[in-house]
Design a protein around this ligand. Sequence first.
Ligand SMILES: [Zn+2]
Ligand SMILES: [Zn+2]
Length: 279
Amino acid sequence: MRDQILDAFPELHEHAKPALLFHPRLGDPGPGNSSIGGPLLWPEDEPWPTCSLGHHIDGAPPENGDVHFDDPLFLQPVLQLFARDLPDGHTLPGGADLLQVLWCPNDHPDPPDAFGLHWGPSLVVRWRSTIDITNVADEQPRPHTVTSYYEGLPACELTIEAVEDHPCIVDLPEETVHLIDEDAEAWGNEIPLGSTAIPWLTYVDHMGAREGMKFGGYPSYGPTAPLPMACECGAELEHLFQIDNPENGPIDLTLGRGNFLCVYHCPRSNDHPHRIRLQ
Ligand SMILES: [Zn+2]
Ligand SMILES: [Zn+2]
């Protein structure tokens, strides 16, 4: 369908962005493997990150408010990505050769890395040079409490596919949207519309911003459109990766209102803080 849409509307080529689609499968990844939910190549002398924010806990009476634990709540690995595992021509930002992402798998009222108001997980993003890691931590602590929404994250090995991604329809120039909407002849001749009679809905269903776990590309459209976000340094944040249940995949998370979570980062420096958008 994508190729047919591109053939009918070649002007869409100029909006293509490279993306990496992750195809997770249940496995037994080690700390030296790219993985989702797997063990991390963590330096032995670096404390495992913990969360001390207030938490909303399943079944806790609302009058208890946000729960603070006496003992630290260890963060859980979400993604580990080695630059060497990326398809040819792809790199990690800033010359990093390892990206590690962990989260506290519980809901927090307005976690500090959230963009806008929401309840959701809080993330830690680490960029590394593997040459700096001389001794790897044997212990991989686990969080003592995981809200049911975030339980469906088993250790997965990854196949990584290089693809082209296209923006949500709301991010296309108005004249291109107009063209897609109006050019019934192009759609009618080239594209089997099936049950979808409205051309722009066909774009939304088959073209704009791929669903699933992906790195780079465009953020998906949720109940609200992606909004521009600025870093404290003034640069516009870029979409870094998306956490979403892959179709027929082994991951079963309930994110936000049942959609996905996008992580954004600053193109000027990996040291600038990330932001998350939860839909
Ligand atoms: Zn937490
Ligand atoms: Zn910045």
